[in-house]
Ligand binder design. Structure first.
Ligand code: GCV
Length: 714
């Protein structure tokens, strides 16, 4: 009996210590598996000194100790009193005289406020690792980077790393509502427990801040852009203050979304007209109130005159007049306005592709210095594939912040495995030709093309109350990739995947190469089984899940899939040439020329810009219809390959995550088939051409699929 109990307790302990529920993200700090490296690390990292005593330095010290303890599997001492023993020294020149004398001032001068150095130095015959920066925050970033080197099992000899972020504002936008729901969130409820704040403080807030700091994210907008005026109330400011206080040592600034009609809804004024002195005064007072509680408040993120949100146009004022109103209130406190360019009018029948450019381009140069315009990567709405937004490169006098969607609204929610760094990079690498060849979107966003200093990259967060934060275990990779790319957009998607896999799962080379293959192909697989060859916006109405290319019942034309694919007996696709909406005119002549000619338009964008005959011969020699059948099937096959590869990896990782991913891939495979069959059967009603015999026959009829969505809708 006793033995059984003992065994049970042991088993429980084992389970507890080995449970891989994903909560630890990429900060797992498991013992280094390579024995040679482990002993080298042990020899060199026994005594550490982290100089300074600010809250940020406390975080850095705790992190380093925690990290080393896990990685080396032994207790490490922080020998702050005996600097002489130390082999790893972290701090600034101001906090450590050792660093002040050992580090070249010129090297430090190039780091700015957030950059860091990690250096190997031999001084008087002794080997040191130095982590330094101009600020404590830079030191913390350096500590996280150093731990990343260890987690990814790299040598710590001859280090000469100098790293500064390429982009200033590296941000997560949470579309979290005050009632705890998350718009387009697929990982549980909001992590912000507004109801319980400010009295109950969840450990998650700190863990969230820590995870962000580890990848360089330095800003978070915590409320939905479809905003609730209550978030600006006194009570909510005090709740937000708790979050801001927790974020501060981790270098994260808190932003709130501002509802443009707040002066009316909350202030009791008759108008929210940006030129009205009373309105201006209301915002000034509100901003002052916020800064009294949150002295480093980042500013406002605003969605105005879009999808029913209030805005300046209600008063016949422009977006610039609206943004400047808030900017003037924030300026005395160095706060900024992030004004979104995702606008499309309820009244205009104009191609949605064109509306943001039409409204914002003429305003270039009219915004205050503390206003930036946040532009989605593509012109429609976070589709699995979009060409780059024509505003990039078109507003040389206005800083444009990149807005990506990390949450997978259009890419299978948290059910489908989609590694998005490839999507992020595709957009960054696109050439706008704004100032000749090589004017990439990356250069627009990092400010180097037009000399913007207020640069930014934001991602709509995929984070929720699920234990593993993001729902799908691989969803974490997209949060990670956003931070890493915002810090350094020169990193490749593959490099980022590599380091994420090593930290999140294992350093085993076989596992890494197979998993990387899955990740690198995953987004293309989704494009193929959902929207190949430039198709877009053909998903279910409202919930945006599953295929519904037939849908035509929405109140607005451009909420209907049929509006976007325009399939008819001749062909399929949206003509954005002068013969159609002429959306292509918004690109520079070089880009336009390439996209305008079906012969030079990359086939991945073909149906974005052209209405193409079903019989059009593609580069493969197949007709468009056959190519479509090929692509949809290729998408399904890719998922099946992903399954096969994953199944071969069981022995490398824990059961928990292995099985979770296995189960999700099984669902993804079924849904890929659903997409393929539903789309091909529907488009076939126009093409009237057969699905080539080589491919699997659709499982059900079109009628079945048209109704299936209702059963399946989450
Ligand atoms: C926050 C899409 C989404 C909306 C979202 C909007 C936006 O339309 O479906 O949920 O609203 O984008 O980015 O503002």
């Amino acid at each position: 009996m006793k033995k059984t109990i003992l065994f049970f307790i042991l088993a429980m302990c084992l389970q507890i210590s080995f449970a891989e529920d994903g909560y630890r993200l990429w900060l797992r700090y498991e013992k280094v598996s390579d024995a040679r490296l482990l002993s080298d690390y042990k020899n060199n990292l026994q005594h550490i000194v982290v100089a300074g005593n600010s809250p940020t330095i406390k975080v850095a010290t705790d992190e380093l100790l925690k990290g080393l303890q896990g990685l080396l599997s032994e207790t490490i001492s922080n020998s702050s009193s005996t600097q002489n023993d130390a082999t790893l020294i972290a701090g600034t020149s101001a906090t450590s005289s050792f660093i002040a004398s050992a580090v070249d001032k010129k090297q430090l001068a190039q780091l700015g406020n957030e950059g860091f150095l990690i250096l190997s130095k031999t001084i008087a015959g002794k080997h040191y690792t130095i982590i330094t920066a101009n600020t404590d925050m830079g030191v913390l970033y350096g500590v996280f980077h150093f731990l990343r080197l260890l987690q990814t099992q790299q040598s710590i000899h001859q280090l000469n790393i100098s790293s500064t972020p390429k982009i200033k504002l590296r941000m997560l936008d949470h579309w979290d509502n005050l009632n705890g729901s998350v718009e387009r969130g697929y990982a549980g409820r909001s992590i912000w427990e507004w109801k319980k704040l400010p009295d109950t403080i969840s450990q998650r807030y700190t863990d969230y801040a820590r995870a962000n700091a580890s990848i360089g994210i330095n800003a978070a907008s915590v409320t939905n852009v479809n905003s609730n005026v209550l978030s600006l109330s006194k009570d909510y400011i005090l709740k937000a203050k708790v979050l801001a206080d927790i974020f501060r040592p981790y270098g994260i600034k808190l932003f709130l979304t501002a509802r443009f009609s707040a002066p009316v809804e909350m202030g009791g004024l008759k108008t929210a007209d940006p030129l009205d002195p009373q309105v201006q005064n209301w915002w000034k007072e509100k901003v002052k109130e916020i800064y009294q509680s949150i002295p480093d408040f980042g500013g406002f993120l605003v969605k105005a005159n879009s999808e029913g949100q209030p805005g300046p146009q209600t008063y016949n004022r422009s977006h610039a007049e609206g943004a400047n109103l808030l900017a003037d209130a924030l300026a005395p406190f160095n706060g900024m306005v992030i004004w979104r360019a995702f606008v499309y009018s309820n009244d205009k029948p104009e191609d949605r592709f064109k509306q943001a450019y039409d409204e914002f381009k003429p305003l270039d140069g009219n915004f205050r210095k503390n206003v930036v315009i946040q532009v989605k990567n593509g012109p429609i709405d976070f589709q699995p594939r979009e060409p780059f937004h024509p505003l990039f490169g078109a507003m040389p006098k206005t800083p444009l912040v990149m807005e990506y969607q990390v949450t997978q609204e259009y890419l299978g929610f948290s059910t489908h495995l989609a590694y998005l760094a490839t999507l992020f990079k595709e957009c960054l690498d696109a050439d706008t030709y704004a100032k000749g060849k090589g004017s990439t979107v990356a250069k627009v966003v990092d400010g180097s093309l037009d000399n913007y200093s207020n640069t930014g990259m934001a991602g709509v967060a995929n984070i929720g109350s699920d234990t593993n934060w993001c729902g799908h275990p691989f969803g974490q990779a997209n949060w990670y990739a956003l931070g890493r790319l915002a810090w350094n957009h020169n990193l490749s998607a593959e490099q980022i995947a590599d380091e994420w896999i090593r930290q999140t799962f294992t350093n085993d080379p076989q596992f890494i190469s197979a998993t990387k293959k899955i990740m690198m192909g995953s987004r293309e697989a989704i494009v193929n089984y959902m929207t190949p060859l430039g198709l877009h916006h053909i998903m279910g109405y409202g919930n945006h899940y599953g295929p519904a290319p037939w849908y035509d019942k929405a109140s607005r034309a451009d909420w209907n899939p049929v509006y976007f694919h325009k399939a008819d007996s001749i062909g399929i696709g949206f003509d954005r040439k002068p013969t159609g909406s002429n959306g292509l005119a918004q690109y520079t002549p070089e880009v336009r020329k390439q996209f305008e000619d079906p012969a030079t338009c990359p086939e991945k964008y073909l149906l974005w810009f052209h209405h193409v005959s079903w019989k059009h011969v593609m580069k493969s020699g197949r007709t468009l219809w056959d190519e479509m059948c090929y692509k949809y099937n290729e998408g399904v096959d890719s998922v099946r390959d992903m399954q096969k590869t994953w199944n071969s990896l069981e022995k490398f990782i824990d059961k928990d995550r292995f099985q979770k991913v296995q189960g999700l891939l099984a669902t993804q495979e079924k849904e890929a088939v659903w997409w393929r069959d539903a789309c091909l059967l529907y488009f076939q009603t126009f093409s009237k051409m057969p699905i080539p015999a080589a491919y699997e026959k659709p499982k059900y009829t079109l009628q079945f699929y048209e109704q299936y969505r209702a059963l399946k809708a989450p």
